[in-house]
Ligand binder design. Structure first.
Ligand code: NAI
Length: 473
């Protein structure tokens, strides 16, 4: 068994993507690192192993299997492929995802071992700016460990709401949304935000009737409106039932069915479904992370106060990832912060995290991805903008895979020609957005992109077309 030292250069609390990136970077800088994690209560029904994963990692894995199933069932015949008696084993479907994460864990363990990072499964509580108390689920006594620096990286957990208490039999949260034994006929999802939609797309591909209920009147209001309008049309055509402006007020389980009472502008309605999944948002997982004597500043929504350098109010204590209000609640921003903080601790001058160029992705089918600002936010600021769009359906590759919907939209400043935002709705948008991130990170102009060679045929050509459109005007 690993023997914990009494002192480390750095203690990292958490083992999600931000923590892992930070631990490896600290070790690369020659520091002795302890990484410690217990798992959020909501995930205790998942066989997740020892490291925690961002929800998007699990969703992206399941979506891949769900797309394959629906391709074989519905689309294979268009390719002249005869696939008969296609059926789905739900437990194997989930087990495959679990085994992928077991494999990933082994790889992380291996790199931790190579980097001589100590990893321990325990509950860590910050008790001072240089000390954490570790307590174990076993009878082992708690242990005080000191460190020169402490990085808090416990990420976020689903928000539970009183009107729909999770019981893991009829009502599930977003972390356990696929822990069912069979495909429900009719499923409702509370929340048509990022995670609600991702879960909806998977269940829809698996053949369930999916109803999304969201209190907001507008669909994906944070996304560029042209993209969210297009996505709304496509998702509805796929069979998702999107009931917007509907606030869920209560739920009851009667004869194993969930009776959901919701309110909209016409009054109160009740629907009956087999299962309900609550995807009403996420909150920082900061409860019990610090003892009151530590005096760590945390706001009423559980976010830890940090300055632009991820430093908390306590000397040498940092918070990264979903725990803070800096940037979006996305694993890629936590990963960037983890590396930046490790550099700061090592005394290495590195540029601060550029939150403007963090890509956002929604793992639906097709995917939604963007970087930079939306048309509506730029217009609200009052500056002039130029817009170029190109449809992804023109690409022979997208046509051959039946992905004929979707677009790439580039927004630029007409004076400097620099790119202000790139928005994509389409197959593999999560990959395509990387070109936009790079272009913005290096302050490229639309002319640069229009003159850059892109593989033909490939969906990435849409970037060139969208930028050419701006340049021709
Ligand atoms: P969200 O805020 O995107 O959507 C929640 C929706 O629930 C809202 O639209 C809200 O109107 C609705 N809602 C809440 N209570 C309701 C009620 N009683 N009746 C009807 N509707 C109700 O939250 P989501 O999808 O859970 O995502 C949370 C955040 O997590 C997002 O910022 C997302 O980008 C991020 N995210 C983070 C990941 C990570 O690994 N860090 C992975 C995936 C998403």
């Amino acid at each position: 068994m690993l023997k914990i030292r009494a002192h480390y250069d750095v203690i990292i609390v958490g083992s999600g993507p931000s923590a892992i990136s930070s631990a490896l970077k600290c070790a690369e800088h020659g520091m002795k690192v302890l990484c410690v994690d217990n798992f959020p209560p909501s995930s205790n029904k998942l066989s997740r192993g020892k490291f925690s994963h961002a929800p998007s990692e699990e969703i992206a894995t399941l979506l891949h299997s769900a797309k394959l199933y629906s391709e074989l069932k519905i689309n294979s015949r268009f390719h002249g492929i005869v696939a008969e008696n296609i059926s789905l084993n739900l437990s194997q479907f989930v087990e495959r995802k679990n085994s992928i994460f077991t494999q990933i864990e082994k790889e992380i363990y291996k790199s931790f071992n190579t980097a001589e990072i100590d990893f321990f499964n325990a509950s860590a509580k910050l008790i001072a700016s240089n000390a954490v108390m570790l307590s174990y689920s076993t009878a082992e006594p708690s242990k005080l460990v000191n460190a020169g620096n402490i990085i808090l990286a416990t990420e976020s957990i689903p928000i539970s709401i009183q009107c729909a208490p999770v019981d893991y039999q009829s009502i599930y949260d977003s972390s356990t949304a696929f822990n069912l034994t069979e495909i429900p006929q009719r499923i409702a999802i509370l929340g048509a935000g990022v995670i609600g939609l991702e879960i909806a797309c998977i269940w829809n591909h698996l053949g369930a009737e999916v109803i999304l209920l969201d209190a907001q009147e507008s669909f994906l209001s944070l996304v560029d409106h042209q993209i969210s309008r297009e996505a709304y049309k496509v998702f509805c055509a796929q069979g998702l039932e999107l009931r917007l402006g509907t606030r869920v007020v209560s739920t009851k389980i009667i004869n194993k069915k969930v009776h959901i009472e919701y309110q909209d502008s016409d009054g109160v309605h009740v629907i009956r479904v087999d299962k309900l999944i609550v995807a009403s948002g996420r909150k920082p997982y900061s409860e019990h992370l610090a003892s009151p004597e530590a005096n760590l500043l945390i706001d009423q929504n559980q976010f830890i106060f940090v300055n632009d350098n991820c430093r908390t109010n306590l000397p040498n204590v940092y918070a990264i990832g979903d725990l803070t209000m800096l940037g979006p609640m996305l694993p890629q921003k936590g990963i960037a912060e983890g590396i930046y903080v490790a550099d700061q601790i090592a005394g290495i001058q590195s540029s601060v995290v550029n939150y403007e160029t963090i890509p956002n992705v929604i793992y639906t089918d097709p995917e939604i991805a963007w970087v930079g600002q939306t048309e509506q936010s730029l217009k609200a600021k009052g500056g002039a903008i130029a817009i170029g769009t190109a449809h992804l359906g023109y690409s022979a590759i997208n046509k051959s895979s039946n992905y004929t919907q979707g677009l790439v939209k580039v927004i630029s400043c007409p004076k400097s020609d620099t790119i202000k935002g790139i928005h994509i709705f389409g197959n593999n948008a999560s990959d395509l957005v990387a070109e936009g991130v790079l272009a913005m990170e290096f302050s490229s102009t639309t002319e640069d992109l229009a003159k850059t060679s892109h593989s033909h045929p490939s969906p990435s050509e849409a970037f060139r077309y969208a930028c050419q459109y701006i340049n021709w005007k």
